[in-house]
Structures are given as structure tokens and as C-alpha cells.
Design a binder for this molecule. Structure first.
Ligand code: TYD
Ligand code: MG
Length: 452
């Protein structure tokens, strides 16, 4: 087939494609994000032989089912995130900011599981650099092949020849397909590189881990535009400077999402933190105001962590609101509810909120701990260290029940908490043991119970 080239416009924010330039992307609403790219049509795919190509449609009921074939990796936590190991023939995207530990983790996996024959393709570092890192990480490097290459057609050829048990490609931004006439890292290259790897994975049954960089704003052409192509998206989060890293599954065709795993960056690579609650609840100094513990649910696992707030008089005219790891609009909403439904005047106060361990929280059950940490700082009243919270707050100041309250209470009791505040409407099949459950209906009732 002859090759032809044409120009299209890509949104660097959401990755949508248009035939003409526009100031505002109609899909995501961002301004000035459309860039022109030349794409080559016609014969553009890196050849991969797909078994069963040209098959006819068949009745769904006649399709034979087999359990997914999974391969266990060298980390129990990563296996759990993936839903019990990596599925054969799947493409997993591991995204995160530069320097957060993507290369470290992806090299650690084969070193800790030398039974797997691994092909590790690096486009970022020399083989020497990878070797130095491997020495630092320890483990058994005897079955791990390092390949420094950025040309996808060579990589696919090599991977078909070696037939590894696992293929790791670091990173999507450095790879290129020679058929696509734009530079490595451009939108069309990134899409084609991922599509090539997907075809390779599906055709060969080899699981592939693809690494992709995301910048702070998350706007880089990269992981965002690949989310719909790949099977699984794992994302690294956390403060770069801090030691703790959170790996979260945000898409998983073969398992549940919103699970997370916590790692600690040490001198010898990433260490799994098996009991993250213990790390997320700092050694509580009695008598410190502005902290409240939330009993959160991460996917299926209960997790306790500390919410910190600082409330101070606004120095300038308008009060500042800032939240790390929490939606600032939700914080504003909760402050408005506190003002309208319980009469706390926080309009002239600066409010700063922080979630422990660089976690990004979306569980609405954290509302109660957020409100209590804010009030605790505002009154300079310290909440006892053995008290925790799980409840959502509605616009009329009512406290709503949260999912799986019993499991949260059981985890809290296990970690030595003595009291958990939940909504009055919470229903327990069986009363949780070893912990006092305090049911509150609305914010005034909560304030009376906690700040007495
Ligand atoms: P890296 O995996 O190279 O990040 P990415 O691939 O996501 O860009 O991680 C780099 C950081 O990790 C770097 O700042 C050094 C640190 N590090 C350790 O602290 N200990 C180690 O054993 C290793 C290998 C790296
Ligand atoms: Mg790297």
C-alpha cells in the first residue's frame, strides 16, 4: 500500500484529533492546546502477525472461556494491584512524574523474580546505567536481558525472537516507529508505539509493561492519550522528595480499580509497605490540634490516614484556601456547610488542608475527618489520638452513611482505635468488636460529641 501523509490537529490535553485548528478543544474545553501534526497513512503499522486474523463473527455463547492466564511478578503488592498478577498478552501502562521510581520498580520486578525471562528495553539509559542500578537493587539478574533500542520495528523483531515471559519498555516517549514521520514523543508516535506493543502483546501472549512520563500538570501528550488503548493503567503518585510512593490502579480490564499500593524508596530500591495505615498515621503527639484520622476505603482495603488542617486569620483581604491531596472545591463546599448549617464563620480565615503521605483522596467518607480537623485547628482543641471518623457530609449538614462501614470499624479496632464516628443511618449487621461506635446525625451533633 502506498504511503500518504496528511496533517491533523491533536489536543495535547485530551489527545483528541481534529481536521482543522480551533482555539478551544471542543472535547475537553482547554484553550490553545491544539497542535498540528503530520501523520502518515497507508502502510504504517509495524508488522506483527495476528493469529486468527480474518475470522468471522460468532455467537457469543459459543466462545470458549478460560480463566485469564496470569503471571506473578516480583512484588506481591503489584500483583494485588493487577488483580493477581499480570495477565498474559496484556499491555500495562505505568505512568508517573520523572524521578518517581518507574524505572526502579520495573527493573526490580524481574530481578526479584528471576524465573521469568524478561526483555527490558531501555530508550532512556545506557545498558551500563541499567546495570549499575541493578547492582544497587540486588536480586538475581541472570534471566534479564537488557536491550538499548528505540526503533519499534527492531524491538518487535527482537521480542518475537527472544520470546520472553515479560517485556518492559522504558519509556513510550523515547520510542519511535520508523513508518510515522514525526519525532519520538509526539502524539502520533506515542499512539503508534502503544498500538504496536498492543498488537505484539495480543499476538504473542507476552505481557508488556510500558512506562510513560507525566508532568506535574498531567498535560503532556502521553499517558492520557493512551488510557483507552492499554488494558491497565497504573499510576505513581506521591511527593518526589518524600520517601513514600503510592502506586494506584486507575484502569484495569482484568481487576478492580481504585486499589493502591504503598512503597518506600530506600537506598536499595522500592520497599513494599505492607501496612500503610501505620505509615499514614504519624506518631501522634497528644495535644496537637488540627489533626483527625479518617477510616478510608482504598478499593477493597480499609486504610487509616491522618488529615491535617491549619486555620489562621487571613492576613490579606481574601482568605486563602489550599488543599494538598484533596479537592479544593470540596473543601470550599464543606466550609460553606460549616458556616450555613452550624454557624462557624470561617470566611475570614485562611484554611490549609493536607493529606498524610502525599495521598490523593477521593473517598467521600473523608468529609468527616476534614471537617473535624478544620474545627480542631480553629478551636485549638486536640482530638484524642484514638478517635477516627468515617462519614460523608451533605449540603444540608447531614452526615451520610458510607460504604462498608463495618470493615472500616474493624480495621480501626485492629489498629488500636477506641472510637469511630459514623452516620446515624449506618447499619451494621453485627456490632463491631473492640471499638465504640458513635452515631451522629448532623454537624451540630458531631460538634457536640467531639468538641465537648
Ligand atoms: P527512577 O526509577 O529513575 O525514576 P523514573 O524512572 O520514574 O524517572 O527513580 C529515580 C529516583 O529514585 C532517583 O531520584 C534516585 C532514587 N533511587 C533511590 O533512592 N534508591 C534506589 O535504589 C534507586 C535505584 C533510585
Ligand atoms: Mg526512568
Amino acid at each position: 500500500m502506498a504511503t500518504k501523509s496528511k496533517t491533523v490537529f491533536f489536543c495535547t490535553h485530551c489527545g483528541n484529533e481534529y481536521s482543522k485548528w480551533m482555539g478551544k478543544c471542543p472535547s475537553c474545553g482547554e484553550w490553545n492546546t491544539l497542535v498540528e501534526k503530520e501523520v502518515v497513512t497507508g502502510k504504517r503499522q509495524v508488522a506483527v502477525s495476528v493469529p486468527g486474523a480474518g475470522r468471522k463473527p460468532m455467537p457469543l455463547k459459543d466462545v470458549a472461556t478460560t480463566a485469564e492466564d496470569r503471571v506473578s511478578l516480583g512484588s506481591a503488592e503489584v500483583d494485588r494491584l493487577l488483580g493477581g498478577g499480570i495477565v498474559k498478552g496484556s499491555l500495562v501502562l505505568m505512568g508517573g512524574e520523572p524521578g518517581i521510581g518507574k524505572s526502579t520498580l520495573s527493573l526490580q520486578l524481574p530481578l526479584l523474580r528471576p524465573e521469568l525471562k524478561t526483555l527490558y528495553v531501555t530508550g532512556e539509559e545506557s545498558v551500563k546505567q541499567v546495570k549499575m542500578r541493578a547492582d544497587r537493587l540486588g536480586g538475581d539478574a541472570s534471566n534479564c536481558l537488557i536491550y538499548s533500542e528505540t526503533d519499534m520495528s527492531e524491538i518487535v523483531k527482537e521480542a518475537e525472537e527472544t520470546a520472553p515471559d515479560l517485556l518492559i519498555v522504558d519509556s513510550v516517549q523515547t520510542m519511535y516507529c520508523p513508518q510515522v514521520e514525526s519525532t519520538a514523543g509526539s502524539v502520533s508516535q506515542i499512539k503508534e508505539v502503544a498500538a504496536t506493543l498492543l498488537r505484539f502483546a495480543k499476538a504473542s501472549g507476552v505481557p508488556v509493561i510500558l512506562i510513560g512520563h507525566i508532568t506535574k500538570e498531567g498535560t503532556i501528550a502521553g499517558p492520557k492519550i493512551l488510557e483507552h488503548i492499554v488494558d491497565v493503567v497504573l499510576q505513581f503518585e506521591g511527593e518526589n522528595r518524600g520517601a513514600y510512593r503510592v502506586l494506584r490502579s486507575i484502569k484495569n480490564r482484568f481487576g478492580s480499580t481504585s486499589e493502591l499500593a504503598v512503597f518506600e524508596m530506600t537506598g536499595a530500591g522500592l520497599r513494599e509497605v505492607e501496612n500503610p495505615s501505620e505509615m499514614l498515621i504519624p506518631m501522634h503527639q497528644e495535644g496537637l490540634s488540627g489533626a483527625a484520622i479518617s477510616a478510608m476505603l482504598d478499593g477493597n482495603r480499609p486504610l487509616m490516614f491522618e488529615v491535617q488542617a491549619l486555620v489562621a486569620s487571613a492576613v490579606y483581604g481574601t482568605a486563602q484556601r489550599s488543599a494538598t491531596g484533596f479537592d479544593v472545591r470540596r473543601l470550599n463546599m464543606l466550609l460553606a456547610v460549616l458556616e450555613r448549617r452550624a454557624g462557624f464563620k470561617l470566611g475570614q480565615k485562611d484554611v490549609f488542608l493536607n493529606m498524610a503521605g502525599g495521598l490523593r483522596i477521593t473517598d467521600p467518607a473523608c468529609d468527616l475527618a476534614v471537617v473535624c480537623s478544620v474545627l480542631s485547628s480553629n478551636f485549638d482543641f486536640s482530638i484524642p489520638a484514638d478517635v477516627c471518623f468515617a462519614g460523608e457530609i451533605g449540603l444540608s449538614g447531614e452526615i451520610r452513611p458510607v460504604s462498608q462501614a463495618a470493615r472500616r470499624a474493624v480495621e480501626a479496632a485492629r489498629l488500636g482505635f477506641k472510637k469511630i464516628y459514623v452516620s446515624s443511618y449506618t447499619h451494621f449487621d453485627k456490632k463491631p468488636e473492640g471499638i465504640e461506635v458513635v452515631k451522629v446525625a448532623d454537624i451540630p451533633a458531631l460538634v457536640r460529641a467531639v468538641f465537648k
